[in-house]
Design a protein around this ligand. Structure first.
Ligand code: UDP
Length: 327
């Protein structure tokens, strides 16, 4: 299949691009490199530095490539930042994403895979969270993702463009060659690893007074390779005539912030200095996925469910790239 991948030079995007290429798909990447890294793409990858805000440029790329499917990874992802800068979150995650969808529609493409998030559920009323859980985002990031989900539903109804909407829980880990390198880094596992390596003084625990066993937030960490595999399966599912669907992607196991820190200490053999800090705006206390639907519909099973294995892969990548891709 010809697949246009927006944000393909980013963390989850680059791992997925690599898998799609190894599976025989023809991939064209667009990325504005604001957060992505050209070094995360093989030299053979067809790639345009382009910004999704430029609808005409995106359409011209689609006219030349004639994609059958588009995959969107090019969103802003920081919950805390979205609370203080909602303007850029709605513009990029909704308006700019629609430019990609329009480019696909106007050039005859039929399938769209859109990275959504557990943040659409807000503070859960039941654990584990199924796709039928009430939708109640608690921050602009979650709202922006939900808005684009609704746009995709309308495009299916009106234009027959079929979608798979994976709702990620917490992406983590690395492959042999591709890893997590955000600037600034906001995610827990890479930050704890940097603290273990002495690259930062400590790790701040954002809230130790949540209603959880150790007082810190609980998340469901899912290996980035398992996420990539779900995207490959989602595209095959759509090509086989599958109906539009939303799918939670997680392991179904929750780990607290303190448990993640302990895992990094085990894997690295180094102590991590911890400082308790204020809660971060917009954080739900506990997010754990029920991924039965993805397991059934995509025949998907996470291959790396163990937290220490996930952390070890991230640790190993960081040892090879102590300053990230540009290091
Ligand atoms: N977290 C933390 N300290 C940090 C970064 C994150 O305590 O320096 C917490 C955060 O409040 C959340 C969990 O770690 O409870 C996972 O946060 P992350 O930003 O990695 O992912 P999110 O759940 O926001 O997608």
């Amino acid at each position: 299949m010809r697949i246009l991948v927006a944000g393909g030079a980013g963390y989850i995007g680059s791992v997925t691009v690599d898998l799609l290429q190894r599976s025989g798909h023809e991939v064209h990447v667009i990325d504005n490199l604001s957060y992505g890294h050209q070094a995360a793409l093989s030299s053979e990858t067809a790639f345009d530095v382009a910004d999704l805000s430029n609808g005409d440029a995106i359409k011209a790329i689609a006219e030349a490539f004639q994609p059958e499917a588009a995959v969107h990874f090019a969103a802003f992802i920081a919950v805390g930042e979205s609370v203080v800068k909602p303007d850029i979150y709605y513009r990029n995650n909704v308006t700019n994403a629609q430019n990609l969808l329009e480019a696909l529609r106007l050039t005859g493409g039929k399938y769209f895979v859109f990275s959504s998030t557990a943040a659409v559920y807000g503070e859960p009323t039941a654990i584990p969270i199924t796709e039928d859980h009430p939708i109640a985002p608690e921050n602009p990031y979650g709202h922006s993702k939900r808005m684009f989900e609704i746009i995709l539903e309308s495009y299916d109804t009106a234009y027959g463009i079929k979608h798979v909407i994976p709702r990620y829980f917490n992406a983590a880990g690395a492959t042999e060659t591709l890893g997590e390198d955000h600037h600034p880094e906001t995610h827990l596992i890479p930050l704890v690893i940097q603290a273990a390596m002495g690259q930062r003084e400590n790790i701040k625990v954002f809230g130790a007074d949540y209603d959880t066993p150790d007082g810190t937030c609980i998340r469901d960490y899912i290996h980035v390779e398992d996420l990539a595999q779900a995207h490959l399966s989602a595209l095959n599912y759509l090509a086989d005539g599958g109906a539009s669907v939303k799918l939670n992607l997680g392991n179904g196991a929750g780990y607290s912030v303190r448990e993640v820190i302990a895992s990094v200490e085990r894997v690295s053999g180094r102590p991590v200095p911890v400082v308790e800090a204020e809660r971060r705006a917009g954080d739900a206390s506990r997010l754990i996925a029920a991924s039965d639907r993805a397991r059934t519909i995509l025949n998907w099973t996470p291959k790396h469910p163990d937290l220490d294995d996930i952390v070890r892969s991230a640790w190993d990548w960081r040892q090879k790239h102590p300053d990230g891709y540009e290091g």
